[in-house]
Write a protein that binds this ligand. Sequence first.
Ligand code: NAD
Length: 329
Amino acid sequence: MKIAFFDTHEFEKDFFAEKVKKYQNMQIYFLNVRLTEQTVLMASGCDAVCAFVNDQLNANVLAELKKLNVQLVALRSAGFNNVDLEAAKKNNIRVTRVPEYSPYAVAEHAVALIQTLNRKTHKAYNRVREGNFSLEGLVGFDLHKKTVGLIGTGRIGSAMAKIMLGFGCQVLAHDIQPKEELKAAGVCYVQLEDLLKASDIISLHVPLNPKTKHLLNEESLKLVKPDVMIINTSRGALIDTPALIRALKKKKIGSAGLDVYEEEEGVFFHDFSGQGISDDVLARLLTFPNVMLTSHQGFLTQEALNNIAETTLENIQNFSEGRSQNIVV
Ligand code: NAD
C-alpha cells in the first residue's frame, strides 16, 4: 500500500515513521501540504490517503481521488465532519477513522483551559518573569461546588464528567444518549435549555453535524448565566463566533476557552507570527483578555499520538487484507 500522508506535522511524523516499520507492504509519502482541490494530484500513484482534521475531502476532491484509483481515506482523527460521506460512497472510497485514541488528552486539555482562564496562570507566568509580583487582577474562583454543564457525554465528555466530579463540581449533562454509568456517578442529565441556564462552566463535547452546528448562537447565548465560562474543545462551528464576540463585548459571558475555531482550516497548525492574522473575526477574538485560544492541541499528548499512529496503520492494513475496522463509510 502506498499512502499519501497529507498535512504532515513534525510532532506526528516520528510516531508514524516508527510504527510503519512493522508493515512490510506499506510505504508512507509524507507531504507538508493540506489535501485540497489544488493538491489532490499529489496522491497520484497511491492507494490510500491519510488525512487530518483540516484536509478537505469534499465531492470534488473525492472524485479526483477516485480518478487516481485511491481506494481508502484513512483519517488520523476521530471527527469526520471534513469528509463528504455521500461523495465517498458514490466514488466507492472507504473512509476509516480513529474513534478513540485518548479521551483523557482532550478532556484534560479542556480542564487546562478552565484552570488557566480561572486562575490566570498565563498572566502570572509573564508577570513574575518581569519582576512583577502583584496579585491584582488574578482573582479566580473555587471549582468546588460550581455547576459544570457538559454538552455531549461520549468518550471525551465522560472523561470530563469524572474529572469535574473529582473537583467537587455539580455536573449537569445533555446528550441524546444518556449514560447510566455517569448517572450512577452523580451526573444529572437535563434538557439543553436547563443546562445553559444553570451552568457556571459550559463545555462542548458533541460532534459537529447539521443538528449541532451553531449550537451556541445569538439565541442560546441569551440563556446563559452572566459570568459563564464557555469551553470548546470539540469543533469550532459548534459556536457562532460572531455571536460569541457580541456576547463577550456586552459582558454577557465571563470567559471563553477555545481549542477549535470555525475557520481554523489553513490557519491552525501554522506559524503566522511574522505575517499577522488576516481573519478579522479571529483577530477580534484574540483581543479579549478573557479569551484563551489554543491551536487545536487537545489531542496532543504522547499517548494519543502513539495510539493514533497505531490505529491508523492497523486500519490501513485491515483494509488491504479485506477486513473492516473503524469504518465511517
Ligand atoms: P463520541 O462520539 O464518543 O461522543 C459524542 C457524544 O455526543 C455522544 O454521546 C452522542 O450521543 C452525543 N451527541 C451527538 N449528537 C448530539 C446532539 N445533537 N445533542 C446532544 N448530544 C449529542 O465523541 P468523542 O470521542 O467524545 O469526541 C467528541 C468530539 O470531540 C469529536 O466529535 C471531535 O469533534 C472532538 N475532538 C476534538 C479533539 C481536539 O484535539 N480538540 C480531539 C478529538 C475529538
